[in-house]
Ligand binder design. Structure first.
Ligand SMILES: [Zn+2]
Length: 60
């Protein structure tokens, strides 16, 4: 049985079945009772958002 990778992932991954919730961005920053869309078990999640900036010259 392979370990489910549900830490620091780009989307919310169910810790029970490993289902990747590709619409995670609709779920907010955290939730204590998030229901898996696949196995319907309830788990909690938190997001860690790292903001980075990039700048570009607008042309000469
Ligand atoms: Zn699940």
């Amino acid at each position: 049985m392979s370990r489910i990778d549900c830490k620091n992932t780009m989307v919310i991954v169910c810790p029970y079945c490993g289902y990747e919730h590709l619409d995670s961005w609709e779920c907010g920053e955290s939730d204590d009772e998030f229901q898996c869309h696949h196995c319907e078990k309830v788990f909690a999640f938190e997001s860690e958002v790292t903001i980075t900036y990039s700048s570009y010259r607008k042309g000469d």
